[in-house]
Write a protein that binds this ligand. Structure first.
Ligand code: F6R
Length: 643
């Protein structure tokens, strides 16, 4: 990020309309990571608080909840603890609250704000304002009017921070909200309730209504910063920034506001025209990555395979300068075709004694030590079961590292079943730990973190299922490592921040095995989700280890997690699978029985994991075929990571 961009984020100055932003109607800056973006936002909040303090004024902040601002609040707490930032001159107004919901409920935004921010800073309790989810139905309207009035009486909000929902909501202003809306109750969209379902342990527990600041209330703020992290938000961000103002996407109303900046990480920005197809916007730097991206896009747009693209196709689709630089379509096509052809390899650990000049992996050493990091105990087989199987059958020493216990994803009913099976064989009334478990199940309360006895039982179920799968593929139990990283062990959906213990455990495992290859889940969809946290733990450990001699021989490959696949232009190793290999992979996934049929955290895709995996791998194979390459039943895809 350039200094100018930083400045424009910290202190907004209307940006000019540049050629590359001609599709865009909202000022935005793109940062390398959500951590970088969160720090910038926290710094701009801190700067404003200090400025106001120096002028003897109160600073009125509009605050949001949800996963997006979590790291902003963490940074603010750090600034308070370590750099003496005081919040004594801050008055805060939160955007929204579920209705009805009591303040003590762990899912309430009251609870969220106190546990993530207010309990850790010196803001005066009387200066905290959050819409009241407990107020009686006939009093709600009055309390909403009073909320807006109070904001006005204090001179309005100086700085409002916002997240964005997948419906395009800001606050809880769902599609259909009016430009002039004030603070009010609103019925939540199904998609919003669906997204909140895991936290509430099921959609049936998510309140149907909420109280939210209105669009007008938000637009009255003097400065607005909206943040979005992860590819999960990319589509709605593109619509909000490039679309016309419409009540169907309430975020577009921010186009009326003259002092708004959107802060995006690379993944959330990935659907913007200037990022996705830069050649359509301005002259583009034709490096290898952009060439591949553009040529494969051209194939898709013209429905042609690579070798059938003509000069005319290039010229008609904004790529004439690429042609001018590289001669003819013929040369460009051949280069692209060879590149893709060379990404295909049935030897993911390298082909012993073969010429490896154009192969994705090295031939030597012919037998490699390998660690597959799997965020949950099943991502290994779901996302790279075919490759895992090949690596083992081709004689490599494969270790699996299950990073978290995955206990949260086992249902109570499933866990109880195991307890009951046990009680058919031993007298559970005589066994203290069994008695404790039974008591814990009798007292289950979804509003409270699950007790450790139940978490341990659930972790054990996932461990045993995993060992079933790894034994089926053929590795000894001694090569299966259950890391149980502590950041995950909260008994709740909300996890702890990563601690040095998580990193130490990962560093120690890599150091012990000294691998030639590491595989990790490169899931970039949700930066606060477990997959992304697990990836960051691996990345940080690699940074710590990279000066060690053995790391010179260690290559890192990223698979893409259960939800997404790499775009073809990103794939550097494509491992094909025969129909029989697909069936073996399916069987390995079936060992994870607690994750079959209506699992707890399915996300917005209702297919079972094995179906998703098979359809994803078949679709990659179809894409290769459509580009003019050989026809395979399925392909697993990887991208190399350079640390
Ligand atoms: C939160 C709020 C919502 C969220 C939005 C995104 O107070 O009003 O608009 O900002 O739903 O949520 P996350 O950040 O969890 O993706």
């Amino acid at each position: 990020m350039t200094d100018n961009l930083k400045k424009s984020l910290l202190k907004y100055k209307a940006p000019g309309i540049f050629e590359e932003t001609r599709y865009e109607k909202l000022h935005n800056v793109i940062v390398q990571s959500s951590t970088e973006g969160s720090k910038l936002i926290a710094n701009s909040i801190a700067l404003l608080i200090k400025e106001k303090h120096d002028q003897n004024e109160m600073c009125v902040l509009g605050l949001a909840t949800g996963s997006s601002p979590l790291s902003v609040y963490r940074e603010l707490v750090r600034l308070h603890n370590e750099e003496g930032l005081s919040f004594k001159n801050v008055i805060s107004f939160n955007l929204d609250e579920y209705y009805p919901l009591v303040k003590e409920d762990v899912q309430s935004y009251h609870y969220f704000m106190y546990s993530n921010l207010f309990d850790h800073i010196d803001i005066k309790p009387e200066n905290i304002n959050i819409p009241n989810g407990e107020v009686a139905l006939d009093q709600v309207r009055k309390s909403c009017i009073a909320y807006d009035k109070k904001i006005k009486s204090l001179g309005g909000i100086d700085l409002q921070i916002l997240g964005i929902g997948r419906t395009g909501h800001i606050g809880f202003n769902e599609p259909g909200s009016h430009l002039n809306s004030q603070t009010r109750t609103i019925t939540l969209d199904h998609l919003t309730r669906f997204d909140a379902a895991p936290a509430f342990q099921g959609i049936e527990n998510v309140p149907r209504k909420a109280i939210t600041m209105g669009i007008q209330t938000i637009l009255n703020a003097k400065r607005v910063l909206l943040m979005a992290w992860g590819s999960y938000k990319a589509e709605i961000i593109q619509k909000a920034i490039e679309g016309e103002i419409s009540n169907l996407i309430p975020t577009t109303y921010l186009q009326h506001h003259k002092n708004t900046t959107i802060i995006l990480d690379n993944e959330a920005a990935s659907e913007l025209t200037r990022i996705k197809t830069p050649w359509l916007v301005t002259s583009c730097e034709w490096n290898e990555a952009n060439r591949s991206k553009a040529i494969l896009w051209l194939c898709e747009t013209t429905a042609k395979s690579i070798l059938k693209l003509t000069d005319k196709d290039y010229n008609q689709h904004g790529m004439s300068d690429l042609l001018a630089q590289h001669g003819s379509a013929y040369d460009l096509n051949i280069e692209m075709f060879n590149k893709l052809q060379r990404s295909i390899s049935g030897w993911p650990g390298g082909k012993p004694s073969a010429d490896d000049k154009y192969r994705p992996e090295r031939a030597q050493p012919s037998s490699k030590r390998i660690i597959i990091f799997s965020p949950h105990p099943d991502d290994d087989v779901i996302s790279m079961g075919g490759t895992f199987d090949r690596l083992v059958s081709q004689g490599h020493e494969v270790h699996i590292a299950y990073q978290t216990s995955g206990n949260i994803a086992v249902s109570d009913q499933d866990a109880l079943k195991y307890l009951e099976v046990t009680s058919d064989f031993i007298d559970t009334k005589e066994d203290a730990s069994m008695v404790e478990l039974k008591k814990a199940f009798d007292a289950v309360n979804p509003q409270k973190p699950a007790p450790s006895s139940i978490c341990n039982l659930k972790a054990s179920i996932r461990k045993r299922e995993s060992l079933g799968a790894t034994r089926y593929i053929g590795i000894p139990d001694s090569q299966v490592h259950f890391m149980n990283l502590p950041f995950y062990e909260t008994g709740m959906i909300t996890k702890n921040p990563v601690s040095p213990v998580d990193i130490d455990l990962t560093v120690a495992l890599i150091e012990k095995i000294k691998p030639h290859q590491i595989y990790a889940a490169g899931d970039l969809a949700d930066p606060h989700g477990t997959h992304r946290v697990c990836l960051d733990v691996v990345f940080e450990s690699l940074q710590i280890l990279k000066s060690k001699k053995f790391m010179d021989d260690c290559w890192v490959w990223l698979y893409r997690g259960a939800w997404h696949e790499w775009d073809v232009h990103e794939i550097e190793m494509a491992v094909p699978m025969s129909p029989d290999q697909v069936l073996r992979k399916r069987k390995a996934i079936f060992y994870h029985q607690s994750q079959k049929d209506g699992v707890m955290f399915q996300g917005n895709d209702h297919r079972e994991f094995w179906v998703r995996a098979e359809e994803r791998n078949a679709s990659t194979a179809e894409k290769y075929q459509a580009l003019g390459l050989a026809e395979y039943a399925a392909i697993e895809a990887f991208k190399r990571y350079f640390y």
